[in-house]
Ligand binder design. Sequence first.
Ligand code: FE
Length: 132
Amino acid sequence: MSDKLTLTDAEWRARLTPEQYHILREQGTERAFTGEYEGNKAAGQYVCAGCGAPLFSSETKYNSGSGWPSYYAPMEDEAVVELTDTAHGMVRTEVRCAACEGHLGHVFPDGPKPTGLRYCINSASLAFKPEE
Ligand code: FE
């Protein structure tokens, strides 16, 4: 996915719901256990709610107990970018959509095999496309 999507702030506000805007464009976080996809076990793809880029597959989704959709890997390494986030007195690794730079969540080193990673992602940053 090499297509980049760059919009003005006004265009993002028009395209996204207020919750999506807050999370994707202002690095917000939805409350645990409130998101649409935390418990979703259906087969399919999770695409970026901002730009539609494919980000995560149901095949790497697992129940982390954290209250947010959790995956042990992105669909393609190039689909996401990872940045150091020092907000809120913590050092964390932020995960963004590589195509639109929308904030997705964070990645932590306490995930399951085979990667040992936990991509902890806001439901509001995603749209689910069920397998056909
Ligand atoms: Fe995106």
